[in-house]
Design a protein around this ligand. Structure first.
Ligand code: ZN
Length: 434
């Protein structure tokens, strides 16, 4: 298994590399150039230089190297400084992103630029078994590859999101108060066996945050919380451009934050957890007595829109409960954006208004004023898109690691960029620095 990517956006400044080697800085700059090309696409060499803060000569050199590794396309000969040609991520090859939720699996096939070629979602029984979920995901992948016209041999990596915290060291799923379908399993080994491909895994809400950061409402932001509510509540936290997983991998486990100290007992043993107030089954159960067992979130939203006060009040209370937790997150982290996602946000202002009012009322005023609370732009597919980007990052990490480190002595940080630029300038007509 390949370790999960960071989804980070570290600037290419040499100041972040005290004591770093030329090779390390060069690989970081390659990663930075790749990230700019893949998130903005179709840029000229001059534009890539402007966005990365690197010199044009250095960018030209790095692009040549990336082209040699098969990661980007573009006519390197024409990129010698005028920058009139476009550089783009190579598209020969594909990745698969899989999002396992508590009661669904969504699978997508994408090219190496992150463009989704085909995707679909299937509902499954609540807390379905690992074997059942894997079989479904594999069958969906085969169908989607066929639909997208992608040969199975072109798939280079699979990214998978799972709805549990992932222990950084063991790779096992942990942090849950109760056993779950993956409890006794090594998820990476199981998934690699099922797909017959390299697999990289992460928590589903971390991937939701990564998806929004790369292709959704988080683009251009560095401090973002992805706040997802479906059967349970969870969050993905991005700080200073990096996913924050925490030492136990449990960062963002907001479902067990207390919103009512005197409330009902939760499965975790505490009282009044957020999951009890807004998790789909817990939210719906009190209403189903009056509206029937088939009532779902969309029905509640529809009824509230047509003036049903009981449903309207239930949505208002859910918005207030979420607002309490988001206010605490604002006090702790002061994010630029909180991106809310999940079926309940189909209620739009009916739930966002009480949520925002609670944040304004409870959070430190400056943090409350600074944060924007917006709906997801990826509408149900953020986790799958994040899984695709996790897979793409894994391919790129592997590619950048595959180049042997040159036998260069340690170089003073201040001289590294100048040294690279000089070498790049002298070797403009050759293939690559290394
Ligand atoms: Zn709990």
């Amino acid at each position: 298994m390949i370790p999960a990517g960071d989804g980070d956006e570290t600037p290419a400044s040499p100041s972040r590399w005290p004591g770093g080697t030329l090779h390390a800085l060069r690989e970081e700059n390659i990663r930075r150039v790749l990230e700019v090309i893949s998130t903005e696409g179709g840029l000229s060499q001059a534009e890539v230089a402007r966005r990365t803060g690197l010199s044009r000569a250095t960018v030209s050199n790095l692009v040549a190297e990336l082209r040699r590794r098969g990661l980007v396309r573009g006519d390197v000969a024409g990129l010698g400084g005028r920058g009139s040609l476009e550089i783009a991520i190579a598209t020969s090859g594909a990745v698969v992103g899989v999002d396992f939720g508590h009661s669904h699996v969504r699978v997508g096939v994408a090219d190496l630029g992150g463009q989704v070629l085909a995707d679909e979602e299937h509902r499954l029984p609540l807390d379905f078994g690992a074997r059942e979920g894997c079989a479904e995901a594999k069958a969906m992948m085969i169908r989607l590859l066929e639909r997208a016209g992608v040969p199975a041999a072109d798939v280079r990596q699979v990214g998978v999101g799972l709805p549990y915290p992932i222990d950084k060291i063991s790779g096992r799923l942990g942090g849950q108060p109760n056993p779950h379908p993956w409890t006794e399993l090594d998820p990476s080994a199981v998934l690699e066996g099922v797909f017959g491909l390299p697999v990289v895994i992460d928590n589903d809400c971390n991937l939701g945050a990564l998806g929004e950061l790369r292709q959704g409402a988080g683009r251009g932001f560095t401090d973002v919380i992805y706040f997802h509510v479906d059967e349970r509540a969870g969050a993905g936290v991005v700080l200073d451009g990096r996913l924050h997983r925490g030492v136990a991998g449990t960062a963002g486990e907001i479902g067990h934050m207390t919103v009512d100290p005197h409330g009902q007992t939760c499965t975790c043993g505490n009282r009044g957890c957020l999951d009890l107030a807004v998790g789909a089954t817990n939210f719906l159960d009190p209403l189903r007595g009056g509206y029937g067992l088939q009532l779902d979130i969309a029905d509640v939203v529809r009824l509230a829109e047509h003036g049903d006060m009981r449903c309207h009040r239930a949505l208002t209370e859910a918005g207030c409960a979420m607002g309490m937790v988001i206010a605490d997150l604002c006090n702790l982290l002061s994010p630029q954006r909180v991106i809310v996602a999940g079926p309940i946000f189909g209620a739009r202002e009916m739930i966002l208004r009480p949520l925002r009012e609670t944040v304004m009322h409870r959070a430190v005023p400056a943090a409350a004023r600074a944060v924007e609370i917006v709906r997801s732009q990826l509408d149900g597919s953020a986790e799958m898109v994040g899984a695709i980007w996790l897979a793409l990052d894994a391919i790129r990490q592997r590619a950048t690691r595959s180049a042997p480190a040159p036998a260069a002595p340690h170089v003073g940080v201040r001289h590294i960029e100048a040294s690279m630029s000089l070498r790049a300038g002298r070797t403009r007509t050759t293939a690559a620095l290394s």
